[in-house]
Design a binder for this molecule. Sequence first.
Ligand SMILES: NC(=O)c1ccc[n+]([C@@H]2O[C@H](COP(=O)([O-])OP(=O)(O)OC[C@H]3O[C@@H](n4cnc5c(N)ncnc54)[C@H](OP(=O)(O)O)[C@@H]3O)[C@@H](O)[C@H]2O)c1
Length: 437
Amino acid sequence: MNRERTIKVALAGCGTVGSGVLDIVVNRAESLACRTGVRFQVVGGLVADLSKKRSLPLDPHLLTDEPAALLSRDYDLLVEVMGGTTTARAVVLDALRAGKPVVTANKALLALHGAEVFRTAHAHSACVAFEASCAGGLPIVGAVLRGLQANRINQLVGIFNSTCNFVLTAMLDRGMTFADAVAEAQRSGYAEADPTLDVSGGDTAHKLTVLASLAFARNIEFSRIAMQGIDRLQLDDLRIAREMGYACKLLGIGRRVTNGPHAQNERLHLAVRPTLVPNAHPLAALTGASSGLWVQGDAVGETFYSGAGAGSLPTASAVVADMIEVATGATQATFNSLRIFNDQTAPAEYVDPGAPEGPFYVRFTFDSPRQDALSDLARALSDIPMRHERSHAASDRRHAVIITAPITCAELDTAVRAIASRLPLAGEPVVLPVLEV
Ligand SMILES: NC(=O)c1ccc[n+]([C@@H]2O[C@H](COP(=O)([O-])OP(=O)(O)OC[C@H]3O[C@@H](n4cnc5c(N)ncnc54)[C@H](OP(=O)(O)O)[C@@H]3O)[C@@H](O)[C@H]2O)c1
């Protein structure tokens, strides 16, 4: 039987995720060592404010607020769960330059500086593990890195931000305003003190950048992801979507688009948007603070992953799994052999913004309830060159909705303006994409 090994850990960050990591590696050390043959000894913890009151299973004397002091300890592995892209970037790069493996949960760091981080790791025979960066406890990075490697992944669609999913569910099921739902998400510990990155779609775009880079083996620039958050969504649209058999979700979508038979003409469609998901799709069923990912590969077909995408212990579950894989040598082997990390891959080519994007939901709101909103809408649509698959009059008789056939954004914009000019409307029409399945 193999001897038990002790791995010395430098823990950069002892907040929500860091305390969960400590909980698992200290309070569950025996069962962990029994199953894995590895015991983790935390030799130092980095925090911003040493005077903060904490109840961590760690000797307070091991805490420091000096990155250099943490990195001067005798350690085998750096775990970065501090967040941000300045101090975290410096700490991660310093550890890698010293040849130390790094486990990180930091999607912002990898989305903005991934190529630099991976290049530094390769140059110093180190490795980076980042399972917790894309959907907290869901093992989707491992699925893409290992389980689905035999596939050409054609499409991935995810609910990556559980705060947004919580907010949308609270608005629809309990009739809450957006502001009240965000406040409740904060009270429940799902949303950050500053939830801007969550609700603006930025956090989802960070995660999509990291995961799509691996799935499509392309170096994706975060700034090229078209992004819209949930901050301007209206309850009317969530309700009408439900009447029509859809769930409105903040999705991150990555899709290969090939023009003609040659793979070299391939481009990527990458977007973060509130999107109507047909109820038949597994992502539509995810409510509350859950996350999910749907992936379509050419060999496996469709696969689906769902569960807790955030939170202290769920995220720590993914971080500690990475720590074990680093300790067993599995991460280094994967990192050395696969050629899908974005210091090694070609820059992505992006779909032309004028290309057809798929079907859209368009809502027109009349200035007063109508006897027959659909007839009024049909007259306005009569000579407009836009095909639609479906129309629907909302139960309150003030809203009429169409679901278009696939159309470009430019064509859609022209058609919607023309229709709106022929109807007595209260406010601008609302346009949301619909997920094609
Ligand atoms: N929370 C989640 O559910 C979740 C899920 C997936 C991924 N993540 C990622 O995990 C990382 C950590 O998130 P978190 O929610 O645990 O954050 P958090 O609760 O704010 O904890 C951050 C920790 O890092 C320390 N820290 C921050 N900036 C520092 C600096 N400049 N110098 C020294 N210490 C610093 C903080 O010190 P103080 O304690 O003194 O403030 C705190 O201990 C982020 O990258 C986040 O995106 C989080």
